[in-house]
Design a protein around this ligand. Sequence first.
Ligand code: KET
Length: 403
Amino acid sequence: MFDNVTAYAGDPILSLNEDFQRDPRSDKVNLSIGIYFDDAGRLPVMAAVDEAERELVAQRRTRPYLPMAGIADYRAAVQELVFGADSAALREARIATLQTIGGSGALKVGSDFLKRYFPDSQVWISDPSWENHRVVFEGSGFQVNTYPYYDGATGGLRFEDMLKTVEGLPAESIVLLHACCHNPTGVDLSQAQWEAILPVLRARRLIAFVDMAYQGFGSDLEQDAFAVRALTDAGVTCLVANSFSKNFSLYGERCGALSVVCRSSEEATRVLGQLTCTVRANYSNPPTHGARIIARVLGDAALRSNWTAELAAMRGRIQVMRQAVHSGLEGHVAGRALSRYLDQRGMFTYTGLSPDQVDCLREVHGVYLLRSGRMCVAGLNQRNVGVVAAAIASVLKHTPANW
Ligand code: KET
């Protein structure tokens, strides 16, 4: 029956992470998947999450089917965190938000919804982007194209080229944008660059689909939401997929949300209805546990400030690791452009290492990066950073300085 089922080539991130788990070497280092590890190399259980979960468990709450759109308190908390307590669109009740199965689920529900109403539109993602963006949108039946984004020569942004491409897109094209901490490059638009692209999106009647998987890992929770809020205030049609996997360290609970900013509250009600219809057709309704924890933390002043502080400390630790790997490399390889380790933001740095160099790092040194050269800086710690810098230096010594 399944003779013609071909073998799955694997996923460039998740399959590599599984390879890492199987690697028997005790000194292996995982800088592949976008997961924050603490300085002891462990996945943290954040204190506020721990406390909220204990309370929940003590209450011995039942687990009914949730509404298709998810928990009301959770949805309200998401709206406030993403759009800001003083958002005019929120006050006017014109944002449709529903709880989703992680940020991935938000992208999937959003892209299925868009395919139904904009069947002839095409999707534009940054070059490069998170590998799964293409997979999700193609899975909904869209043609996926790229707009210029990263400049390999400088480690910065090709903003003028990006703008020019966006200016040439047909109306109702879907433009996937990263709110902050761009994955995989760690290079974001400045606030001035966002201000420059907003009128183009609006004037050309483009649909902005913003992916915000790293709120709190760039500057802080508020500043990281700048793009989302500026788009909303500028009246650009936009969808926002946000994830709590990273900033709550709740990867396996699959907590995220999709918000669609509409023209009126009446429109938002209709849009929410069709989004819940998409959910029903896929998985009926979302799960309870993780969302209850998040709603509790965000809804309680003390827990929330504890969470915000711990997130700030995580962000600070990543910054320390950026400096540590930079100075480690400086000591080993002179004359290379290393500033990108310091300048790029969020969990990732695009190292410029070639697939062959990445293979060598993994096979010879047990250091795992994505073959695109993406390094998850949040996997570094005081114990492994020196070893990693020495391993990269050793790989670089055998190749010309091309970056
Ligand atoms: N968007 C982006 C930009 C992103 O990096 C991830 C996960 C997600 C969405 C998915 O979020 P979730 O809530 O887990 O569904 N990225 C890391 C893990 C992965 O590939 O699934 C990564 O890039 O390593």
